[in-house]
Design a protein around this ligand. Structure first.
Ligand SMILES: [Zn+2]
Length: 164
């Protein structure tokens, strides 16, 4: 077994070192550059089973939500009224939805629109409706400025590129 840093034969067991973010098997001399250690078995389980499906599922759900819903007009007022009706401070509401009071303040002033995920949490915490399907599309589906390219145009463009 050779050290992945200096290339020398490692006496005894290699050390699982993290050097500049890379997981390497190194000799005791190179282990001093390590910022931590890693374990082979643990890492395999985490990436294969725990991390990836969770990330993938979350991303899919967010995309779907963003396609179909948007935060309604007057969301700040809706949040503030519902919060005050409950007798909650901005800190209280922040704690319930896992955000800082400053975030709640900005949302209530409509200085910042909540993300779809946060809007969902606020809906549940306050029993209000903050998300609705977009009333009218803000971005035209087919931008008028973009010329439609035919297959022939694409070939011409590619040929021009190759001439250089
Ligand atoms: Zn080494």
């Amino acid at each position: 077994m050779k050290c992945e840093v200096c290339g020398r034969e490692i006496p005894g067991k290699p050390i699982h070192a993290i050097i500049e973010g890379a997981k390497l098997l190194v000799c005791p001399a190179c282990a001093k550059y390590s910022s931590g250690t890693w374990k082979e078995r643990k890492r395999a389980t985490l990436t294969a089973k725990t991390i990836k499906p969770a990330v993938r599922a979350r991303r899919r759900r967010t995309n779907l939500a963003e396609e179909e819903l948007e935060v309604v007009d007057g969301y700040g007022e809706i949040v503030r009224r519902a919060r005050e009706r409950r007798g909650w401070s901005q800190e209280d509401l922040g704690r319930v939805v896992g955000e800082k009071a400053s975030v709640i303040r900005r949302i209530e002033r409509e200085a910042m629109a909540p993300s779809i995920v946060l809007a969902r949490k606020l809906e549940h915490a306050l029993g209000v409706k903050l998300l609705a399907p977009p009333s009218e599309p803000t971005i035209p589906l087919a931008p008028a400025k973009t010329p439609t390219l035919t297959l022939g145009d694409l070939v011409k463009i590619r040929e021009k590129g190759e001439e250089k």
